[in-house]
Design a protein around this ligand. Structure first.
Ligand code: SAM
Length: 217
């Protein structure tokens, strides 16, 4: 999908890699594709290529990545991408943890050269963003990110009709936010069919009806 895009054609990318097998941290066997270090670097290089000058990428990282030097090593290979800020999503839901228990997720804000803070047009976004995590029954993906945060970032960094890309789209929450804000969207997820089948099976077991997105349009 990324290879089909022209150089410097995209205003904003959300990149949320699958850093580990879901079952290894959540004790649930979600059918999600785990991404190798090499795959992440290949995607980041494509993001560097397709972003417009001063375009943005929100790169989600988990606690293990944050504790390591992995992001710095990726950015050595993508020299036009610069870390310009850091964000915590405070989910209000306390998860597991070996020492501190997790109640947040983390993201680096990257900007392609030349960095220019004026391209970020909303000065009111806090770097600790409080938004409740969607409940399990309504969630389309176990790692679904917060809709209002995504929508606010889209509005802060792009104009109407510009292109927003999500190469690991999961729940396609970025598509929802683009539709509401009149931005163009391109996204893909390798496991959308498997995950829908899995969610439907689980919902049937529990006697629930779940919202399933038509994915073959
Ligand atoms: C962390 S989740 C993304 C969640 C998403 N940001 C959301 O808010 O719903 C990462 C997703 O990327 C998918 N994935 C892994 N490798 C991929 C690849 N090479 N291309 C597209 N999707 C991939 C995984 O199966 C998983 O669904």
């Amino acid at each position: 999908m990324l290879k089909s895009l022209d150089n410097k054609s995209v205003s904003l990318v959300f990149f949320d890699p699958q850093y580990e097998k879901a079952g290894s941290v959540m004790f649930v066997d979600y059918p999600l594709h785990f991404q190798s270090e090499n795959q992440i670097i290949v995607i980041l290089k494509e993001i560097e290529r397709i972003l417009k000058p001063s375009g943005f990428c929100l790169l989600w990282v988990n606690k293990e990545v944050l504790k390591s030097d992995r992001v710095q090593n990726w950015l050595i290979k993508t020299t036009k991408l610069n870390i310009v800020d850091f964000l915590v999503w405070l989910k209000r839901k306390i998860g597991m943890g070996s020492y501190f228990r997790s109640s947040g997720e983390y993201a680096w804000l990257l900007q392609k050269n030349p960095t220019n803070s004026k391209k970020f047009t909303n000065r009111c976004i806090p770097n600790i963003w409080k938004e409740d995590m969607i409940g399990v029954a309504k969630r389309k993906h176990p790692h679904q990110k917060p809709y209002f945060l995504i929508r606010t970032l889209i509005e802060a960094t792009t104009k109407e009709e510009e292109l927003v890309v999500d190469p690991c789209a999961g729940s396609f929450v970025v598509l929802d936010a683009c539709q509401q804000t009149n931005r163009n969207f391109l996204g893909v997820d390798l496991t959308i069919n498997d995950l829908q089948e899995y969610n439907q099976e689980k919902a049937k077991e529990k006697g629930l009806v779940i919202d399933v997105r038509e994915n073959n349009e």
